[in-house]
Design a protein around this ligand. Structure first.
Ligand SMILES: Nc1ncnc2c1ncn2[C@@H]1O[C@H](COP(=O)(O)OP(=O)(O)O)[C@@H](O)[C@H]1O
Ligand SMILES: Nc1ccn([C@@H]2O[C@H](COP(=O)(O)OP(=O)(O)O)[C@@H](O)[C@H]2O)c(=O)n1
Length: 233
């Protein structure tokens, strides 16, 4: 297979919380034999470390210093991927709703975006990767060969999150969970730096009434079609 980059193409999957990015990226990466980079987990790790250090969400100087001293890495653990912050496994601690909302505030800050942008570009440059986030197709890799914008109604995304939280024993109500999803959408879409928005050349997929398997088929076909074009060149 000839590819435009050393290890294959770059696939960008952007969209709001609960649209299915993480689930689909993981499955698509398995199908293609690609590396999965969860950029949200990187922002979550910064948010967790800033909380521990007691840094205010608008203290750009201290956030910049924190990022300079922080290395976020991913290690494979069987089927799953663990997130390490300076070597410490923070995979579970970063997944609370509280850290999700804090992440949405922290990730609006310029020094945080700049630091992670550099890390993400270094991780993905050789291709053979799927990056999922909010600004992959617009800012991190505007030249990604395949871009998806995955969405679903806020009610459906809230319902999916609610089911996840309930399975973990969390007492949040469905209404509260939908409200938090909408709040995060507004923060992510309204920010100045790298707001959540669909790239002009992204393929939009509304997963509201599609199963994970159906979305996976659409995505896999689109990537394989792109790879086949390279083979013909
Ligand atoms: N098309 C779908 N239909 C039903 N449930 C889905 C679908 N896509 C994802 N989910 C479920 O919704 C939840 C959130 O998905 P996730 O992949 O974490 O979204 P994101 O990474 O965009 O926040 C998970 O529990 C996942 O299993
Ligand atoms: N590329 C990215 C990825 C995440 N983020 C931020 O990080 C937060 C958490 O991202 P996530 O992907 O882990 O969130 P979920 O979609 O899993 O709920 C988002 O609400 C965004 O504010 C970002 O700004 N840019």
């Amino acid at each position: 297979m000839s590819a435009v980059r050393e290890n294959g193409v770059i696939v960008a999957i952007d969209g709001p919380s609960g649209a299915g990015k993480s689930s689909l990226t993981k499955l698509l990466a398995q199908r293609l034999g690609y590396i999965h980079i969860d950029t949200g987990a990187m922002f979550r790790a910064v948010a967790l470390m800033s909380k521990r250090a007691g840094i205010a969400t608008d203290d750009d100087a201290r956030l910049a210093e924190l990022c300079r001293g922080l290395e976020v890495t991913f290690v494979r653990d069987g089927e799953n991927c663990r997130v390490l912050a300076n070597g410490e496994d923070v995979s579970t601690e970063i997944r609370t709703e509280e850290i999700g909302l804090l992440t949405s505030a922290i990730s609006a800050r310029k020094p945080v975006r700049e630091a992670l942008l550099t890390m993400q570009r270094a991780m993905g440059a050789k291709g053979g990767v799927i990056l999922e986030g909010r600004d992959i197709g617009t800012v991190v890799f505007p030249d990604a060969e395949v871009k998806f914008f995955l969405s679903a109604s806020a009610e459906e995304r809230g319902r999916r999150r609610y089911l996840e939280l309930a399975a973990r024993g969390d007492k949040a109500t469905l209404e509260e969970t939908i409200a938090k999803v909408i709040q995060r959408d507004q923060q992510d879409e309204g920010r100045e730096h790298a707001p959540l928005k669909q790239a002009d050349d992204a393929l939009p997929i509304d997963s509201t009434s599609l199963s994970i398997e159906e979305v996976l088929t659409v995505m896999e076909n689109a990537v394989r079609e792109r790879l086949a074009q390279d083979d013909k060149r």
